[in-house]
Design a protein. Structure first.
Length: 348
């Protein structure tokens, strides 16, 4: 039989332990919701699908791929301020702001279109030496543009200043999105091999070919310059966080379905995945270089699978459209409804 004094002591211990667990729970609580939400749809209209978009935060312009041309928006008002025509089967846009030039991959023409960032006028066209150029990346360290040919498993390196081909690189699979450290190291996802490649931008050679075990069809790729971490999004609802120096997968983070772009905002330490099938934007907090917490999946719109971050305002732009309710046999998605193309603006 327990004496009343002993009972009181035991009760105090239990309360103290419970309080300790409660305090620990508060101390280890994850960050709250990101605050991101859809503000509006910026209408564009016209025919054709889309792929990637990019924001020139300093010049306040948003470049949006749209079938056979690139639509240029004012990043603040959303107004259409320009258009770059004759980019048949456009996929990606890379900006060499230090040289005043932009580069567009025209997938069906097998070319890279070079344009002036001020006038938006085309100043040159380069043959890629392969089929269906898709991802494109400008490495400021080497001052070279890399266009990755999706159907011929190779990439072309172009000197950004004069538009001359510097050489070709064998990728060994279907390249998807590319990123880099702007110091001569370019990284690219190889979709059909579940690999991540590191390329020497000066020597035009593959330095490393790292496996992404457990990542199905890696597509979008983003890079954290400070911590040297790469973020690859996978079709099996995962994001792989990779050490850019060793190739080691340091974290695996759950995301939405059918992602095609990843993003990292160094000021907010937030990582993003735009997910087309689930129609949402996964927002992830970088707790440390190797630790990540999913904050939420912000509802966007079905098929809003690519995106671009405005690093000045931290706003996010996602191309979208309305689609017919039925998907034809053999197609991945239903036909677009006419003149419904636009861009979702997501704000914090």
């Amino acid at each position: 039989m327990m004496h009343s004094q002993s009972k009181a002591v035991m009760a105090g211990v239990v309360v103290g332990v419970a309080a300790s667990f409660l305090f620990a729970g508060f101390a280890q609580a994850a960050p709250g919701p990101s605050g991101y939400h859809v503000i509006k749809t910026i209408p564009i209209g016209g025919k054709g699908g889309w792929d990637y978009c990019v924001v020139d935060s300093a010049a306040r312009r948003v470049y949006v791929s749209h079938g056979t041309h690139v639509v240029v928006l004012d990043a603040d008002s959303g107004a259409v301020v320009g258009d770059i025509p004759n980019t048949l089967g456009v996929h990606g846009i890379a900006l060499a702001t230090d040289l005043g030039r932009g580069f567009i991959t025209a997938g069906r023409a097998n070319t890279v279109v070079i344009f002036d960032l001020k006038t938006l006028k085309t100043v040159g066209t380069v043959k890629t030496g392969g089929m269906n150029p898709d991802a494109v990346y400008y490495d400021a360290g080497s001052k070279r543009v890399f266009a990755f040919n999706g159907r011929s498993a190779n990439a072309v390196a172009v000197d950004a200043a004069d538009g001359k081909v510097a050489g070709m690189i064998a990728v060994g699979g279907k390249p998807e999105f590319a990123a880099g450290d702007d110091k001569g190291h370019v990284f690219v996802n190889v979709e059909d091999k579940s690999q991540l490649l590191e390329i020497d931008a000066q020597k035009l050679s593959v330095l490393h070919r790292w496996p992404l075990a457990g990542c199905k069809e890696p597509s979008g790729l983003a890079f954290d310059q400070k911590n040297r971490r790469l973020f690859s999004v996978c079709s099996n609802k995962k994001m792989m966080v990779v050490n850019a120096d060793t190739g080691a997968v340091v974290a695996t983070v759950p995301i939405g379905e059918d992602p095609d772009a990843a993003g990292f905002d160094p000021d907010t330490q937030l990582v993003f995945s735009s997910n087309g099938e689930s129609g949402d934007l996964t927002v992830i907090h970088q707790d440390s270089a190797d630790k990540y917490t999913v904050l939420e999946n912000v509802p966007t719109k079905k098929y809003a699978r690519t995106m671009a971050i405005d690093f000045n305002t931290h706003n996010i732009f996602l191309p979208i459209a309305e689609f017919e309710p039925v998907t034809p046999k053999g197609e991945e998605e239903p036909p677009m409804k006419p003149n419904t193309f636009g861009v979702l603006l997501v704000e914090k």
